[in-house]
Design a protein around this ligand. Structure first.
Ligand SMILES: [Zn+2]
Ligand SMILES: [Zn+2]
Length: 93
């Protein structure tokens, strides 16, 4: 997916400059302009709103791209576990 020069996936008016991603899964949801990125999480609607529509079916979700920051955080903790020789945060039973 070529994100460069694309319009904002939510409003389509401004250029998308922010790669929006789900903060829990790290999955990239789409490309947003600064305005949408700052306000989309405050959208109170379930549907019939450009932000709600975007969140309900993220334009880039099917591509399965993970946000670079999320990948970095994951590999960093993996490196640390290898360095220490054990997992300091083992999953509970
Ligand atoms: Zn926008
Ligand atoms: Zn809304």
């Amino acid at each position: 997916m070529d994100l460069a020069g694309s319009a904002c996936h939510a409003c389509g008016r401004d250029f998308g400059t922010v790669v929006d991603h789900d903060h829990f899964t790290g999955a990239v949801r789409g490309l947003l302009c600064t305005h949408c990125n700052n306000n989309i999480d405050k959208c109170p609607h379930l549907s019939a709103c450009r932000w709600a529509d975007y969140l309900n079916s993220p334009p880039a979700e099917h591509l399965g791209i993970r946000h670079p920051d999320a990948t970095k955080a994951r590999s960093w903790s993996k490196d640390r576990i290898e360095l220490m020789g054990f997992d300091p945060f083992p999953k509970g039973p």
